[in-house]
Design a protein around this ligand. Sequence first.
Ligand code: FAD
Length: 321
Amino acid sequence: MDMLSDNPTTIGIIGGGVAGMSCALWLRQLGYTPIIIEQQAELGGQLRHLQRINRWVLGHPNQTSAALAQQYAAHILQENITCLCNVELRQIACADNDFNISLNHQGQQKAIAANALVIATGARVVGAEMFTDTPGFSTTAGIGFYPTDHIDKLAALAGKTVVVIGGGDNAHFTAKDLALAGAKVHLLIRNQPKARVTIRRDVLELSKQGSIVEHLGVGIAAFQQIGDSIMITLSSGESLTADYVFARLGFAANTDFLQAFTAFAGINKTKGYIQTNNACQTSIKRVYAIGDAANAEHQSVVNALAEGARAAQAISEEMAS
Ligand SMILES: Cc1cc2nc3c(=O)[nH]c(=O)nc-3n(C[C@H](O)[C@H](O)[C@H](O)COP(=O)(O)OP(=O)(O)OC[C@H]3O[C@@H](n4cnc5c(N)ncnc54)[C@H](O)[C@@H]3O)c2cc1C
């Protein structure tokens, strides 16, 4: 087995998205040896797939998220930070506050000894699994689950009837984009709308104008494919027929994998998101969690960047004490 590091200041970072990269950079500047452990072939996480201009990062007014991801990854390489991509974690054990990680890296077994671990495994879009028990779902085609998958269809959907399912920001943004593109939109919200004030206001304005029809407090009882259309039966008994359906069902933390490793036994979570204190420490000594994996509420690039920095500083203080 290839032993990657016995440096006493090695910090293992699981996840090579923005949060993991930011933490690695800060640890490097603070004199530590970070190792990024990433399951995908490249660094960048969710940002790599987002070709839209990201309007929320100060100083990068015209850049897409994918371009930001490339820039961040290039910075990590420039700093000569060790990155193991295409990794499958095999074992993570803790002994005397140190962590022994066994992994498969591109077909080779490797081991890392680390003094602290940072979990930066992000979140994923909740998708079709939510409807596996809903009658008719398995035989219905044409339901989009990814938050931006309506964008390249906007022109084609002008004049069509579209159902959007969900009550959060992404459902509201999708409904607004479609309505402005000329579609007739039905927005189905199971409980109460949870979108931010500004986007909620825009949707209410479009509702007043008649291009969005809201259905509040309704669930989906069944789907049925009828030719190229989809009929949705609501829990109220009403039915809607649409040319296309976009479901915006929220996000789930990528933290299920923790259960497989003894080092993380009993780690505290809330609805799958890892609980942390202000210093990004989890309920397990020397285990930190940052970015989307630890945040249901503040999922953004700048939050991920900031938490990477905070965790690195907290690790530095813990190691010095
Ligand atoms: C459609 C969409 C649009 C968005 N738009 C914006 C926007 O405009 N502005 C903005 O600021 N934010 C936006 N966000 C949110 C932003 O992308 C995230 O908040 C940010 O990328 C989170 O970074 P992260 O590093 O915490 O997680 P991620 O980017 O999810 O990275 C986690 C990494 O961990 C890896 N990983 C997971 N499990 C394992 C494992 N077991 N072993 C090893 N590696 C693992 C993953 O492969 C991934 O590379 C958007 C998100 C989505 C989905």
